[in-house]
Design a protein around this ligand. Structure first.
Ligand code: NAD
Length: 473
């Protein structure tokens, strides 16, 4: 077993070390608003030479670029200077683990895993654990920082963290998956805990895996309220009503408020959704059932369908489940090439699957007037510039998909109090938080004549900076 624990901030990157975000051809399409970007790779590559900071675009794509865009626009914050930004932009603690997994056939397989804790000025670290063979430290760092801004934006008392295990869970048996998960928790020791760092599900992790995390942690921490060590648990084991669909519900609430803001009728919106998993399905279902929207296009990893007259979401979901996600032969809509979903005729585009899919080309082709970023970082920096110039109203993922972490917060509260809420109460509280966060962003954006993404980062940065300063930074 190898374990490296770094504490304290990493080397500070000087303000001139952020690369240009536009006026480039191809490469800026990999600069995405989550920071999973050339910027991230450069920033964390030892000895890398950084291009000069020349933010020529009119939009930002992460907290640091927001700060420099503010400066360029004269949108000055009293609280934040370069030094504080450097603190806010770096991770507090990074844990790199090499976990020995004993396979069912008796062989030993080393698995790389990471837990990165970005900032806890406002409360315990919070963030999902992702199981994916492409997971790497730079990506986990960026996603940890996104969690800090997201939690601050929706005003819940958490900081930001993220975990990643570099493995393809589909290639492991259930016993191997359980052993790996429990070994990771044992490695993490006291670096997670209800008041320290609270993991949750992310790509390829689910309530069962959260239950294993709880069990392993509880073995050595029964004196506290160990259920609150992790959220996204099964209902039978301290999970919360409403958590499963909370991200999709949050997306639907955000679209409803967007329509109010833009003074358009939500029931008249024709919506295309990329991704028909947890977020995409629940968003589509709630938008169709509760708000009368017309879902005209849906895609998943294998296929896509379009029907200008509207798709019956529940019928398509049943079909999808019965046909291993293959929508190709669904007779009540037209089969289209998967990636064409992003440019079909629609009023609202909801990417709910992948990062970096709304590229410059997609942005040029879409005729959507509203884009709700349900996935994490679906719009590239170049795509964002085009959308901005074309007047598309973009709700950034920081806000649009925050419903999941808000419901995770409710689960944590219920676990600590040992007092469980009804689904109605969870949905009511979720509604209040999402609506307030949306109007905080819109009011800030309107007041300062900036886009919702820049407004979101500004609000989040100000809140985290205020906490850091009050704590004596
Ligand atoms: P999921 O695994 O349940 O669903 C993903 C969906 O995307 C599936 O339908 C899959 O087939 C589809 N997909 C994969 N590749 C595709 C492609 N190339 N084209 C079209 N569709 C494709 O995942 P999820 O939980 O719904 O998460 C989706 C996104 O939302 C991710 O970016 C995730 O990080 C983000 N997110 C999820 C939550 C949550 O609570 N689940 C919270 C915040 C953010």
């Amino acid at each position: 077993m190898l374990e490296h624990v770094y504490t304290g901030n990493m080397a500070i990157n000087p303000p001139d070390s952020i690369p240009a975000t536009d006026n480039q051809d191809q490469e800026d399409d990999v600069l995405d608003p989550t920071g999973r970007s050339a910027y991230a790779k450069l920033k964390f590559k030892p000895g890398a030479e950084y291009p000069k900071f020349t933010l020529q675009g009119q939009t930002c794509y992460n907290a640091a670029s927001c700060f420099y865009l503010n400066r360029k626009q004269g949108l000055h914050s009293d609280k934040i200077d370069d030094t504080l930004l450097s603190y806010l932009d770096t991770c507090k603690r990074e844990i790199t683990m090499e976990i020995p997994l004993r396979k069912d056939d008796g062989t030993l397989m080393p698995v790389q895993a990471y837990r990165v804790q970005h900032n806890n000025a406002r409360g315990p670290f919070k963030g999902g654990i992702r199981y994916h063979e492409d997971v790497n430290l730079a990506e986990v760092r960026e996603m940890a920082s996104i969690m800090t801004w997201k939690c601050a934006l929706v005003d819940i008392p958490f900081g930001g963290a993220k975990g990643g295990v570099a493995v393809n869970p589909k290639k492991l048996s259930v016993h191997e998956l359980r052993r790996l998960t429990k070994a990771m928790v044992a490695h993490l020791g006291d670096n997670i805990g209800p008041y320290v760092d609270v993991p949750a599900p992310d790509v390829n992790t689910n309530p069962q895996i959260m239950a294993w995390i709880y069990d392993e942690y509880a073995k050595s921490h029964m004196e506290s309220s160990p259920l609150a060590v992790v959220t996204g648990k099964p209902l039978e084991l301290g999970g919360s009503q409403g958590r499963l669909e909370a991200t999709g519900r949050g997306v639907a609430i955000i679209l409803r408020e967007t329509c109010k803001h833009l003074k358009v009728d939500i029931a008249k919106q024709r919506i295309a959704i990329q991704g028909f998993g947890n977020v995409g399905y629940f968003a589509a279902s709630i938008l169709a059932r509760e708000y009368g929207c017309k879902i005209v296009g849906v895609s998943n990893a294998t296929s896509a369908v379009y029907n200008a007259g509207g798709i019956d979401v529940e019928d398509l979901f049943k079909y999808s489940q019965a046909n291993r996600d293959d929508l190709t032969n669904y007779t009540k809509a037209t089969s289209i090439p998967r990636d064409d979903l992003l440019t079909v005729d629609c009023d609202v585009l909801i990417p709910a699957a992948l990062s970096n899919c709304v590229t410059r080309e997609v942005a040029k082709k879409t005729n959507a007037k509203i884009l709700i970023e349900a996935a994490n970082g679906p719009t590239t920096a170049a795509g964002n510039e085009v959308l901005y110039k074309n007047g598309v109203f973009v709700v950034p993922s920081l806000l649009a998909n925050a419903g999941g972490v808000v419901a995770s917060y409710f689960e944590w509260v219920q676990n600590l109090q040992q007092f469980y809420w009804t689904r109605e109460k969870v949905n009511d509280e979720l509604e209040k938080r999402m609506v307030k966060a949306f109007w905080d962003v819109v009011n800030f954006a309107t007041e300062h004549k900036i886009c919702p993404r820049q407004a979101s980062y500004n609000i989040a940065l100000e809140r985290v900076a205020a906490a850091a300063i009050l704590r004596g930074f």
